[in-house]
Design a protein around this ligand. Sequence first.
Ligand code: F0G
Length: 366
Amino acid sequence: AHQWRGVLREYAHRLPALAGAPVVTLLEGGTPLIPCEGLSERVGAEVYVKYEGLNPTASFKDRGMTAAISVAKGQGAKAVICASTGNTSASAAAYAVKAGMTCAVLVPDGKIALGKLSQAIAHGATLIQVEGNFDDCLTVARKLAESYPVELVNSVNPARIEGQKTAAFEVVDALGDAPDIHVLPVGNAGNITAYWKGYREYASAATAPDGSEVDAVATRTPAMWGFQAAGAAPIVLGHPVDEPETIATAIRIGNPASWRQAVEAREESGGVIDAVTDEEILEAQRLLSSTEGVFVEPGSAASIAGLMKQHRAGLVPAGATVVCTVTGHGLKDPQWALRTADGADIEPVRVPVDAYSVASALGLEG
Ligand code: F0G
C-alpha cells in the first residue's frame, strides 16, 4: 500500500535546508496537472492548470506551511502568527493544530472571503481583524514576531519558499521537463519566487541531505509570467499602491514583501509581470469553470486572465507548453459564481413536487 507522503517527505532529497526538522504534514502537494483542451485550442498552445485548490486547506499555501510549521516545531515554538488575505491564515491555523501550537492571524478588516475566515475559526486560531489592509497586517505581524515569542509564518519566512518550490518539481515530474511558460497570480510575490527557485534548482544537479548526488531533472527553465490585479499592481506600476482594490481579495496587496525577487524571476527567466482587470479575472474564472470543469477563486483566475491577455496581444508562441497555476479553490469565495457577467444575481428555478413541472422547467415538454 502506498499513498502520497506530503511534499517534505516526497522531495526530502531536494530540500537540504529542511533536513532534520520534524515533519508536520497533512499530506499536501501531489496536486493534479490538468490538460485543458478548450483553453489550448483558444490560445493555440498546450495548456495545463496546476490545480492547487486540491491541497488539504484548498490552496497552495499548504506546501509552504508544512515547511514553516515543521521548522518552527523543531525550534520549540509554541505559537505562530501571520498576516493574511485569508488563505495563509487558513493554512497556518490547520497546520498549527496538527503541530499542537497556537496560531494568531491578522486579517484586513472586512476584506476576507467567508470560506477562509471560517477555516481559521474552525481550526481555533485567534483571529484579529486589523483596521487596515494586508500590507498593514504584515507590518504589525513582523513587529510582533520581533518582540514576542511567536514565529512568523508569512512567506518572508524562508522555509515557506522551500516548501512552495515543490510545486515546480511536481510540474517537471509530470511533464518530463519544464514547460516553456509558467503563469501565476502575484500578490505578496512569495509564490513566483518559490516557483522560480524550484525550476532553477531542478535544472541542476544537487547534493541530498544524506550526502548522495542527485541528478538534474529538467533540461531548461520556463519563462515566468506573473499577473497582478489592476487595482493592486505595484510591481507593474513601479511603486507601492497605498489603497489596493480588487474583487480578488487574495491578491489585494500594495507593497509585496518579495517584490525584488519577483522582478529577478521576470528578468532572469525572460518573462513578464503585467496586470489584469477585475472583469478579466471574473471572465477567466467563468471560462475555467464552464469549459474545463475547474472551479477556482477569483485571485487564482488571474493566471488564466493573464494568459488570455497575452494571447490577445499575440504573445503566446504557437504550440508552446504553458502551465497556469490556479492557487485556490472556488469554494473559498463562492459568491462570484452566483451572478451573471453583468452582475445580476442568479436565482435557482423553483417548481412544485412533480415530474411534469421539472420536465417543463428543463424544456423537455412541448
Ligand atoms: N492566489 C491566492 C489564492 C492567494 O491566496 C495568494 C496569496 C496569491 C495567489 C498570491 O500569492 O502572495 O505568493 O504572490 N495569498 C496570501 C494570503 C497573501 O495571505 O493568503 P503570493
